[in-house]
Design a binder for this molecule. Sequence first.
Ligand SMILES: [Zn+2]
Length: 83
Amino acid sequence: MISERMCVACRKIQSKENLIRIVRIKGLNPEIDLSFKAQGRGAYICKNSECLTAAVKRKSFERALGGSIDKSLFERIEEIINV
Ligand SMILES: [Zn+2]
């Protein structure tokens, strides 16, 4: 599926190396999926703070995954971006 690796913020198709995957596994809170293989509803974000800021502001992850997302998840994504 072509939309599978599209950033939720800028909507560009990116390669895995440039993306972070967030997955919502049924019954659990959304988590960062470093393997890119976890079963569940996934959403992707570019590894840059512009996309993260836009996604947080527009609630793109909430929309893509359904439900609310813990603020600490965004903080951890930011940590990965800033490494
Ligand atoms: Zn992006």
